[in-house]
Design a protein around this ligand. Structure first.
Ligand code: NAD
Ligand code: MG
Length: 330
């Protein structure tokens, strides 16, 4: 057991007694090493299956209000020092894939700044608490990524709060299901482009001058980049753009020693889906068409973000890693 793992186990043991009565799955203490890793589980029955209860939340939604609550690895992710001393900024770090990455990065030894919308403060507070309970620095930076000046400010605040930056995860995303192009407003189309395409451009542009050789940029793309759904006309094309900017930037930044990669999730149980991302019909049977018969949980992607950020992945750049439950690409 290395020092980081030992500290996490100690932290988990120390807090378990105090919080056991209040603990929900989302706030469980860090597990002891060996408790969750290894062994073999049936991927079909490891996590909840459809049908899911009908539910809807106002955008952007809260993980804490979902039924069932998503699993971001709160009770299962065990670190082993793979990101010791690293400094990460994750957009959309309050919930979903960003939260799973934030928990994993902290337990792997990184200090983590998260960006989220002010309405998501309850989810964000839980994540900052989890980062701090892993013994790392957690920096909350709320704000709306549709603003270029905020995106520049976000990077400066992350750099000063963390004392540098060497992992950037552009993960925040807007997805609203609109059945017909005739009902898609210019405002909605513009908000999707601003959040999913402009914000990573503004953030990466502000971050690159701070990134030393060995740094990593990760974008969250989607199976939608390759196989777009009819009701996701705006969203799906932004995910194709994400896949594409990852490959372009990898070529541009490789000579500077900066790696750029993408993650392409399949259907994952997150607030984005219950706050307008999926139609109600699709939500109740969410993940049913995947060969594994269920949606993925954010926790099932945490290791991919770690892999793309860590130094052991030093020859991986310009690549997209998937977790699609048996469908989709790459
Ligand atoms: P999520 O709702 O947990 O995360 C999305 C986050 O985006 C929100 O938490 C919010 O903080 C952030 N965000 C949205 N608009 C913003 C804005 N204007 N300013 C600041 N932050 C904003 O859902 P998720 O599914 O974990 O989404 C994370 C990423 O995963 C997104 O890029 C999404 O496109 C991608 N993705 C999701 C799925 C899925 O099935 N859930 C599948 C493929 C890809
Ligand atoms: Mg959220």
């Amino acid at each position: 057991m290395d020092d980081t793992t030992r500290r996490q186990v100690m932290t988990g043991a120390a807090t378990l007694g105090a919080t056991a009565a209040l603990a929900t799955p989302a706030m469980a203490a860090a597990p002891a090493a060996g408790q969750a890793r290894g062994g073999k589980q049936d991927p079909r029955s490891k996590h909840p299956k459809p049908p899911f209860p009908a539910q809807s939340q106002p955008w952007p939604g809260l993980a804490g209000q979902m039924n069932p609550r998503p699993d971001h690895g709160e009770a299962s992710y065990v670190g082993s020092g793979r990101l010791r001393g690293r400094k990460a900024l994750i957009t959309g770090g309050d919930s979903g894939m960003g939260r799973a990455a934030a928990i994993a990065f902290a337990r792997e030894g990184a200090d983590v700044a998260i960006n989220y919308l002010p309405q998501e403060e309850p989810d964000a507070r839980e994540v900052i608490d989890l980062i701090r309970r892993a013994g790392r620095k957690g920096v909350p930076i709320p704000g709306d990524l549709r603003s270029e000046s905020f995106c520049r400010d976000l990077v400066e605040r992350a750099v000063s709060g963390l004392g540098g930056l060497d992992i950037l995860v552009c993960n925040a995303g807007r997805q609203q299901s609109v059945a017909s192009i005739l009902d898609l407003t210019t405002e909605e189309f513009d908000a999707t482009m601003k959040t999913n395409i402009y914000a990573p451009f503004w953030i990466i542009k502000a971050a690159v001058p701070h990134l030393e050789p060995g740094s990593a940029i990760i974008g969250t793309t989607s199976e939608q980049a390759y196989d777009p759904a009819p009701d996701l006309y705006a969203y799906a094309q932004t995910k194709a753009a994400t896949m594409n900017y990852v490959k372009s930037l990898a070529k541009q930044l490789g000579p500077k020693g900066i790696r750029v990669n993408g993650v392409a999730p399949g259907p994952i149980w997150t607030p984005l889906q219950v706050s307008g991302g999926a139609s109600q019909g699709k939500l109740v049977t969410f993940g049913a068409t995947a060969p594994l018969g269920r949606p993925g949980q954010p926790a099932e992607l945490a290791g991919i973000y770690v892999r793309l950020a860590e130094d052991d992945g030093s020859y991986t750049t310009g690549n997209i890693y998937g977790a699609g439950g048996g469908q989709g690409q790459p």
